[in-house]
Design a binder for this molecule. Structure first.
Ligand SMILES: Cc1cc2nc3c(=O)[nH]c(=O)nc-3n(C[C@H](O)[C@H](O)[C@H](O)COP(=O)(O)OP(=O)(O)OC[C@H]3O[C@@H](n4cnc5c(N)ncnc54)[C@H](O)[C@@H]3O)c2cc1C
Length: 398
């Protein structure tokens, strides 16, 4: 079979790969770029596609601006639930902090969007774009060549790409086959996710609560529904999954209190093992690594996809700068520019989310008092609070 020459090949059409393809839209038109997206899973309304499962994602206010740039926000806004306030607390101890949109000076702190809806909107846009869409198709092999990579698909088709973007979620083995190692820290925790219905309206409040068994978050969805992320030690996750709905709701109530009234209903429950991982190389000449393939973090602060989306926008900006200067997307200078744009934000967010998980996971005598005092002080320290909120919202990166 003959080889097809491609300017940019994106391996993985999940949330991150699809976002990059959409963001590249204006450059594809302006520079007649040939872009291919290769996605292994067949897309279906059932949500079988890995990125577009039952989860909802907290979308930072700064990410809204990125979706506006992609001209997707007006569609996404129809299902986006705004977050107006966040309460962070620890179970059984004093000290809590309240983050508000007033502290940030924005109409909301962020939004919550169902992943399946976000995926559908992205893929509907891709269907209208002039890209080569290979789906279902898996990249089985990737071989470096002097001016790019040779990609062999499971259909036997071969592509030659000047720039290859690995957005495969990090599980395909392609990264390792290129000799890129990944550092991984297993948190020895699982996240159980489910949607719950509350008796009282949430009024845009999100709750993060640290308990002796792990962190919990409730994020507002449309109507009286909230998205629950409940992190638990591996040894108790099976029992939590096996609980009847009534017992599950009672257990949740005892941990989250009665602020939202009675928890009334719970949807299907799903479990994810949690780890932090980071590829030792995030780019090379002719290669960029994005999304979970580049870095995965604990979901408690809802930063993983937001961080990845900033990577998407930085890669798009580096490619645009290269094309405007008469360079090609994959050459070494373009990739060095991408890495320079990315490094600080990535290091800060990864470090901050890990510190948060470790600080609230520590069980030392008196530590809950220290955490309570820290939360209380943070609540009073308005400039610090504002600075931290704006960074978490993706509004203060550089
Ligand atoms: C419980 C939980 C809650 C989370 N909540 C939030 C949140 O609130 N806010 C937030 O910002 N982030 C959140 N995250 C993080 C977020 O979900 C991830 O950052 C995001 O899903 C990463 O998407 P991705 O496209 O990189 O990877 P994936 O979703 O894994 O997609 C990779 C795609 O590549 C395809 N693929 C794989 N191998 C190949 C191959 N060889 N050839 C072709 N295609 C291939 C797969 O089929 C898949 O579609 C959460 C994560 C978890 C676990």
């Amino acid at each position: 079979m003959s080889e097809t020459a491609i300017d940019i090949a994106i391996i993985g059409g999940g949330l991150v790969g699809a976002s990059l393809a959409v963001a590249l839209g204006p450059l594809i038109e302006r520079h007649q770029l040939r872009v291919a997206v290769i996605e292994a899973s067949e897309l279906s309304a059932s949500g079988a596609q890995p990125s577009f499962d039952e989860r909802s994602s907290a979308i930072a206010y700064g990410s809204r601006a990125h979706f506006e740039t992609m001209e997707l926000w007006s569609q996404l806004a129809t299902r986006a639930a705004p977050i107006h306030d966040i309460e962070v607390s620890q179970r059984g101890a004093m000290g809590r902090t309240h983050l508000s949109r007033r502290d940030a000076g924005t109409p909301s702190l962020g939004y919550v969007l169902p992943n399946a809806f976000l995926g559908r909107v992205l893929h509907e846009r891709l269907a209208d774009m002039a890209i080569d869409w290979h789906c279902p198709a898996r990249v089985d092999r990737m071989t470096p060549e002097p001016d790019g990579h040779r990609l062999v698909l499971d259909s036997g088709q071969t592509l030659h790409a000047g720039l290859t973007v690995l957005a495969d979620g990090g599980r395909s083995g392609l990264k390792a086959s290129l000799g890129i190692a990944t550092d991984r820290h297993d948190y020895e925790q699982h996240a159980l996710i489910a949607n719950v219905e509350t008796a009282h309206a949430h009024e845009g409040w999100a709750f993060e609560r640290f308990t002796d068994e792990g962190a919990m978050a409730l994020l507002p969805l449309t109507q009286r529904r909230m998205a629950l992320i409940w992190t638990r030690p591996p040894e108790s996750i099976d029992a939590t999954l096996a609980m009847s709905d009534d017992d599950f709701l009672l257990a949740l109530q005892s941990r989250m209190g009665s602020r939202l009234g009675r928890f009334q209903r719970v949807g299907s429950r799903h479990v994810y093992a949690l780890s932090m991982s980071r590829a030792r190389e995030q780019s090379r000449p002719h290669l960029a690594v994005l999304g979970n393939a580049a870095h995965a973090i604990h979901p408690i602060a809802g930063q993983g996809f937001n961080l990845a989306l900033r990577g998407v926008m930085d890669l798009n900006a580096a490619i645009e700068a290269a094309l405007d200067a008469g360079r090609t997307p994959g050459e070494a200078a373009t990739m060095a520019d991408f890495e320079q744009r990315r490094q600080r934000d990535r290091d800060l967010i990864m470090q901050a989310s890990d510190t948060l998980v470790r600080l609230f996971g520590l069980e030392l005598p008196g530590i809950s008092g220290v955490r309570g005092a820290a939360l209380g002080l943070f609540n009073l320290a308005t400039p610090l609070k504002r600075a931290l909120i704006r960074r978490a919202m993706g509004l203060a990166r550089h």
